[in-house]
Design a protein around this ligand. Structure first.
Ligand SMILES: [Zn+2]
Length: 391
């Protein structure tokens, strides 16, 4: 079957596959409350019996060696600058690790960021340059080829068919399920990916092949913003020599470190800003309640609950599962968010959320809107309680 002309004619089968893939670990409920980066997982690709790309084969240094060296250097840079950030390596020696084990390490540690380090390879020595990937489907054969090559690491695992529910890295059909996966952390993943890409192209003076999306297994199941960095082509003789050198590895690691530093600074708002924001919101709520009490304009206040089904990388409006639910679509930065409208009852919203999760939308969660503006469900409940008190 040609991947680029797949017809999603059997939606039920695909949702069954989605259930098999157990996407519950992408649920928004398991997100940490704080935006501070406390733990980062660095994942050096391959290892042990899995050498990864062999490069030009002029040397006995392969992708697994370069990935480990760059990863350890990156970790050192981070721990020097941010001693409070916990750094977890999926491996820090030359050992074989299953892809499942890598994502498990990240998810169990409740990490705030996952960075997988790899090197590219091609069938001829010409291509060069670094790429940064976030999870997602791609129509481009070149991107699919990279993901298929990296995912093929599971062929070296025992019983991979059972462990990965029949997922075959080289079969185009196996990737249908990826196109329907929700991608809760896409925006944050894109932020760090863009930082790395800009460091590569400006400061580290590398040829940058840009930020791309492809269905890499290892970043598809991590429950946090995740990127996969292809540091360069080991099949390109010049780039291979650069990536084998201590200086080259330092260039790459320090570029990723600087990207990490500015990503961290950007998402960690100073505590004052957070307090001001929540005070503002509290004041707004107080004002609304006072207005209600004095002007008796209760009917003008519209509090609305919706259940958000998830964020997808393409429009799902031609999918009957979605149209049957009469979903509302919201397009933000090239992603598609879907909501089902409930009304003003939190109880009904809870019921619908459970029903949607039973249908396979494992990441479904409730959002609240006050006069069209999104507020937290806690604020919505507080407001409803205050209204009752004032009745
Ligand atoms: Zn690799």
């Amino acid at each position: 079957m040609n991947l680029y002309h797949l017809k999603l004619n059997n939606v039920n089968r695909i949702f069954f596959l989605l259930l098999l893939f157990n996407l519950s670990n992408t649920s928004i409920l398991s997100q940490t409350n704080s935006t501070n980066i406390k733990t980062i997982v660095i994942d050096p690709g391959h290892g042990g019996k899995d050498s990864g790309t062999l490069g030009t084969k002029r040397f006995k240094i392969y992708e697994k060696h370069v990935a480990l060296a760059v990863s350890l250097k990156l970790g050192n840079y981070i721990s020097e600058a941010f001693p409070d950030v916990k750094i977890i390596y999926t491996r820090d020696t030359d050992v074989f690790l299953e892809l499942n084990e890598r994502t498990e390490i990240a998810n169990k540690s409740n990490a705030d960021l996952f960075i997988s380090i790899h090197c590219d390879g091609f069938t001829n020595p010409k291509p060069s340059g670094a790429s940064v990937f976030v999870m997602g489907m791609s129509k481009l054969k070149a991107n699919m080829d990279v993901a298929m090559r990296e995912n093929s690491a599971i062929y070296l695992e025992d019983n991979y068919q059972q462990k990965y529910d029949g997922f075959d890295p080289k079969s185009a059909e196996s990737y249908i399920v990826f196109s329907l996966m929700q991608n809760t952390y896409l925006n944050q993943s894109l932020k760090i990916a863009e930082e790395v890409e800009s460091e590569f192209s400006t400061r580290a003076n590398r040829k940058s092949r840009g930020v791309k999306q492809a269905p890499f297994y290892v970043i598809s199941r991590t429950n946090m913003p995740s990127i996969l960095v292809e540091c360069g082509f080991l099949t390109n003789p010049k780039e291979e020599e650069f990536l084998h050198s201590d200086l080259g590895q330092d260039y790459i690691a320090s570029a990723i470190f600087r990207a990490f530093r500015s990503y961290k600074q950007n998402i960690e708002m100073p505590p004052n800003a957070v307090n001001e924001k929540s005070n503002d919101l509290n004041n707004t709520l107080k004002k609304e309640v006072v207005e209600l009490k004095t002007n008796k304009i209760k009917n003008d206040l519209s509090l609305l609950y919706k259940v958000q089904i998830g964020t997808f990388l393409r429009s799902m409006l031609n999918n009957p599962q979605f149209t049957d639910l009469k979903v509302e679509e919201e397009k933000i930065n090239g992603t598609f968010k879907y909501f089902v409208n409930v009304g003003s009852s939190k109880k009904e919203a809870d019921k619908l959320k459970i029903r949607l999760r039973d249908l396979g939308f494992n990441g479904a969660f409730i959002v609240a809107f006050l006069n069209g503006k999104q507020i937290s469900t806690k604020e919505a409940l507080n407001l409803q309680n205050k209204l009752k008190e004032n009745e």
